[in-house]
Design a protein around this ligand. Structure first.
Ligand SMILES: NC(=O)c1ccc[n+]([C@@H]2O[C@H](COP(=O)([O-])OP(=O)(O)OC[C@H]3O[C@@H](n4cnc5c(N)ncnc54)[C@H](OP(=O)(O)O)[C@@H]3O)[C@@H](O)[C@H]2O)c1
Length: 290
């Protein structure tokens, strides 16, 4: 078990949801935290909250679609705290809609943030870790990296790409003292679903009604699992054992995957008015909340 006291973590995508909850949990565990995202006001508010509770925090505005901003982030982290022990590549967004209707621009945008953004954060982190001969990279992927849902093909593809990246890197870097972990949250109560709905031009707020309640968790639950993984690095972190088993069965038996997804699709179509189920998506822009 590693002590986290005074260790430094850089969390990319910390202005809300899982990243924010992880920053709070890491600070409570004694870590010094660098919190990054595009919404600086949110980050500064969080940094002030953590500082008022006796923690140390640095807020940095960073868009992971911008390579130079990602490199500068790690430099700022080291300039402030002298080192970086762990990096959580957590920034990302989802969207709902058929890939058939998705413009190339929108598809490139989601890969730009979810996958290439993760690659940029990974390169900057590994460069910093190599200088010290140690470090821990964590990547927030999703249970949807192992199976998909109808109308989530583009998002699931970005998450599968992240998971493959992490699995390969884990082996490439282990002899250098660098750990790589991938996190597979299930449906989590965050702004994720509002953003996914906004970028698809849908009106829906919050978690879709048809999502099974059994598979919904809080961001604090994911944060707790991430802190556990920081203490004792493991290759894959699942926050639901049932989902892990179901995902394994779905990979082994594609007809089981289709059976489960057909049920999900039937609930979805029954709950959503016609026309909202397959919105035509022309472009995905910035997070409308920013
Ligand atoms: N919620 C779920 O059900 C669920 C399930 C499985 C996996 N996940 C994954 O968990 C991660 C966190 O999502 P969440 O659920 O916590 O959603 P969230 O509350 O919407 O948080 C997303 C975070 O990513 C940041 N972000 C988005 N685009 C960015 C960019 N271009 N540059 C820098 N930061 C960016 C956002 O900050 P700004 O807008 O301020 O930039 C925000 O801090 C995502 O990778 C998501 O795919 C979520």
């Amino acid at each position: 078990m590693k002590s986290l006291q005074n260790r430094v973590i850089c969390i990319v995508g910390a202005s809300s949801g899982i990243g924010r909850a992880t920053a709070v949990a890491c600070a409570q565990a004694g870590m010094r935290v660098v919190i990054a995202a595009r919404r600086l006001d949110r980050l500064e508010e969080l940094a002030a909250e953590l500082t008022s509770q006796g923690g140390e925090a640095l807020a940095v505005q960073c868009d992971i679609a911008d390579e130079s901003a990602t490199e500068a982030l790690l430099e700022q982290c080291i300039a402030r705290f002298g080192a970086v022990d762990a990096v959580l590549a957590n920034a990302g967004y989802g969207h709902e809609g058929s890939i058939v209707d998705l413009s190339d621009e929108a598809l490139r945008r989601i890969f730009e943030v979810n996958f290439f953004g993760t690659v940029r954060v990974t390169r900057a982190a590994v460069e910093a870790f190599r200088k010290r001969g140690q470090g821990h990279l964590l990547i927030t992927s999703s249970c949807l990296s192992r199976f998909t849902l109808p109308y989530f093909a583009a998002y699931s593809a970005t998450k599968a790409a992240q998971t493959h990246l992490a699995r390969a890197l884990r082996l490439e870097l282990e002899s250098e003292g660098i750990d790589v972990s991938v996190i597979h949250p299930i449906t989590t109560r965050t702004e994720f679903f509002d953003t996914a709905s906004d970028v698809a031009g849908m009106q829906r707020r919050g978690i879709p009604k048809h999502s099974p309640k059994l598979f919904v968790q809080t961001p604090e639950r994911v944060a707790k699992a991430i802190v556990k993984c920081l203490r004792r690095p493991t290759s894959e972190v699942w926050t639901s054992h049932i989902t892990r088993l179901v995902a394994g069965a779905m990979v082994a038996f594609p007809s089981f995957h289709d059976f489960c997804c057909r049920r999900e699709l039937a609930h979805r179509n029954a709950g959503d008015p016609p026309g909202e189920t397959t919105p035509r998506i022309e472009a995905i822009g910035e997070n409308p909340a920013s």
